[in-house]
Every structure is written in C-alpha cells, then in structure tokens.
Design a protein around this ligand. Structure first.
Ligand SMILES: Nc1ncnc2c1ncn2[C@@H]1O[C@H](COP(=O)(O)OP(=O)(O)OP(=O)(O)O)[C@@H](O)[C@H]1O
Ligand SMILES: [Mg+2]
Length: 396
C-alpha cells in the first residue's frame, strides 16, 4: 500500500509550477520511486531499463510522442547517456511537459551533468521521514522513529530491521560510491563511515580519522565530500563574524539518519539519556526538509558555549534553534552569551514535550518554545519559509 507523502507531493507540485524540471534527490530507499509513482496524471519511466533507455536515443521523437501537457518521471536519470541534454531539450522545446528526474546523489556529482539547466530546474532533496510524513505514516511513537530511523522500509517493517542496515550500507558502497567516485579502499571508507556515525553530531577533525582508517587527511576530507554529495552526512559550518573566541572553521558533522546512528552505536532500544542526541538529528532532518538547500549553521565559542543551529535569512538577524528532548533541559548560559554578541534575532527551543507553542521571557530573552511539528508553522508565521501547500491539509 502506498502512503501519500503530502508534504513532498505539495513541494513537487509547487516546484513544477514555476520551473519545468524538478530534480528529486535522496539516499537509497528513502522513497523516491514510490513518491514519484504516486503522483496523479503522470507517466513513469525507469531509466535503468534498457527498453526505456532506447526511447532516448531520439529524445525529440520520444517527447513528441507524449501528450503535450503532462508530468513525466525519469527515475534514475543518470543511467541515460546524456541526461542533461534530455532535460534541456524537454525544457526548451516542450513547454507543456513537466519533468521529475530522480537520483541518489546531487546532480553535480555526475560527470554527465554540466550545469546547463540553470533557471530550468528546482532541486528537491527527499529526506528521511519528517513530521508530516510521520503523520501520513500514522506513527505515533517518536522513540520508534528515532530508533529505526526515517527510511520507509525500515520503519514499516514488522520486526527490528537490524540486518538491513548493513545491507543498505553495502548497496550504498556498490551502487553509489563505487559507481560515481573512484574510491579504492572499501575497508578504509567503511571504517570512516562507521567512526563518523559514532561521533555524529560532534565536531569534525579530519586528522582524527586518518590513522584508524589508514589513509591521509586529504583522503578523509575527500571521503567526507563524497558522503555529503550522496546525502549520507551533512557538515554544518559554524556561524561566526570572527569575534574573539568564536569557533570559525571546524564543522559539526551529522549522519543522515537516526536509525543508522543507533545501529552503529549498537542500540536496539533507547535509554532515557540517548534521546537528546537523536532528537537533535531529527530536528536537523526537519529543518533540512523544510528549508531544502538553505544553509544551516551552528555556533560555538572557545568556552564551549554552543547553540545547536543558527539560521540566517538574508538581511535578517541570526535565529537560534536549540534542540532538547525535554524542554527543562535547556540551559540558558549559551544563549545568553550568544545574545550578548548578537542581540537581535528570534530564539526557539524545539522540544519533544511541548504540545503547544508558547513564548516565555527568561533572563530578558524572549524564547519561543515549540514542538517539532510546530516548527514549519512558526517559520511561516515569521515570514521565513515559503508557504508550502501540502496536498491535503497541514498538521493539526
Ligand atoms: N510512500 C510510501 N508508502 C509506502 N511504502 C513506501 C513509501 N515509500 C517507500 N516505501 C517503501 O520503501 C521502499 C523503498 O522505497 P523506494 O523504492 O521508493 O526508494 P528509492 O528512494 O526509490 O530507493 P532507490 O534509490 O534504492 O531506488 C519501497 O519498496 C516501499 O516498500
Ligand atoms: Mg528508486
């Protein structure tokens, strides 16, 4: 049974209103194919099939043979010999056609893509289940979403899918890393993934990985780039205006999915103290799904004051987002320090135990307390996010 992911269907529809092409990217098994095939009035083509690839030997004739006004899905488009040319011809000569093209890493990764599509496409990154999806999938237990992660088959499976995590990693290696990047040493690369996931959410220093993975610092940096381009990890850079004591360079790196964090840590159930870290990952996932390619930062100083996430919208003062499993765990010290340096801007705390949004004043700071599913509404209300029209109603 296909579950409609209304947030994403809305986002796709909205993208195609203003551009001819939507590039839908996301990791393996995140639900790209199922999502695309659930779009009404569309025609689906799996570019992995030789039969389908044949159509594109003469792409003009192929496009002419289709109905004039139509959404067509080109799944795994990088399998075609000349994907960017196909997209360009469709966009320039068949204005009635709307195309959704999918792939498991960013477009720029593939040598076959030259950036000739500027102004013709929107990039959409399909993330593991966000709070809208959780509602669509009818999942009421946040702990389960954290433990199993947000890939649909993992959360839908009746038993805990322990084996599947390793299988997923093996296929990631075979299908994505080996095919798209020339990485020689599987053992080193996989060791790096494991160590990185174990310290997920922490500050990243390439030198620390170099010895256990038996490769150079430069290679480690290259591995990280690969993980970023394939959406397996996100390097979050520090926000800074070079004030004394601010951390200005070292990124924090987050694994893409809470399930994989638990897997590598060997957790098959969660203790109370495990939730905080996973919650932070889940909030980041939500932000990335809502804001898409918007840059998210963190902030830290040498006295270890730290703000989980900073959002800086064009021409607006920095917004702080603190993530706490329980709202009482918020310690104001870091926020006070940050606001001494940057007095203007909104402050939000996103906590699992907030059932309705509220505003509190503490130590002279105005703080918005939000549940995770309130985040989208709050960002919209503050004029910070486009009004994404979900296919069917919104949250509440
Ligand atoms: N919306 C959904 N409703 C129900 N099940 C889903 C949904 N999305 C994904 N699934 C389940 O997850 C599996 C993987 O999804 P899908 O094949 O769409 O992922 P994908 O992103 O296309 O992966 P790949 O990159 O490997 O092609 C599906 O076979 C299905 O079992
Ligand atoms: Mg697929």
């Amino acid at each position: 049974m296909i579950i409609n992911r209304n947030f994403w269907l809305g986002l796709l529809r909205e993208s195609l209103e203003s551009r001819s092409i939507a590039w839908l990217a996301g990791v393996r098994r995140v639900g790209k194919t199922v999502l695309c095939s659930s779009i009404p009035d569309s025609e689906y083509f799996d570019c992995e099939l030789p039969r389908v690839r044949k159509y594109f030997e003469d792409e003009e004739a192929f496009f002419r043979s289709l109905k004039k006004e139509k959404i067509i899905i080109l799944d795994e488009i990088h399998r075609l010999d000349n994907p960017s040319q196909v997209l360009k011809i469709a966009a320039d000569h068949f204005p009635g056609l709307k195309i959704i093209a999918t792939g498991s890493s960013s477009l720029s990764t593939s040598k076959k893509f030259r950036d000739t599509l500027t102004g013709r496409k929107h990039n959409i990154r399909l993330t593991p289940l966000n709070t809208y999806d959780i509602k669509d999938f009818n999942i009421n237990d946040t702990g389960m979403r954290l433990l199993r992660g947000g890939l649909p088959p993992f959360i839908l499976s009746s038993a805990f899918p322990e084996k599947e995590f390793q299988e997923w990693m093996d296929s990631f290696w075979a299908k994505d890393v080996q095919e798209l990047f020339s990485v020689g040493k599987k053992a080193s690369f996989m060791k790096f993934v494991e160590l990185l996931f174990l310290q997920s959410g922490g500050m990243f220093e390439a030198t620390k990985f170099s010895r256990p993975c038996e490769v150079s610092r430069v290679t480690i940096q290259n591995y990280l780039n690969i993980l970023e381009q394939t959406f397996i990890a996100s390097a979050i850079k520090p926000f800074s205006t070079y004030k004394p004591n601010e951390i200005t360079y070292a990124p924090k790196v987050y694994a893409f999915d809470t399930g994989f964090v638990c897997y590598y840590r060997g957790w098959d159930k969660l203790r109370n103290e495990d939730h905080g870290l996973l919650w932070e990952h889940f909030v980041l996932n939500e932000l990335m799904s809502l804001l898409q390619d918007f840059r998210i930062n963190y902030w830290r100083d040498k006295q270890r004051h730290e703000i989980d996430f900073i959002l800086q919208f064009h021409g607006k003062p920095p917004i702080t987002i603190e993530c706490r499993w329980k709202s009482e765990q918020l310690n104001l010290k870091s926020l006070i320090r940050f606001r001494e340096l940057y007095p203007e801007g909104l402050n939000a705390v996103v906590a699992e135990d907030i059932t309705r949004p509220m505003e509190k004043e503490k130590n002279g700071l105005k703080i918005h307390y939000l549940g995770l599913k309130d985040l989208a509404g709050w960002l919209k209300e503050k004029g910070l996010m486009r009004n994404i029209t979900c296919s069917k109603g919104a949250h509440h």
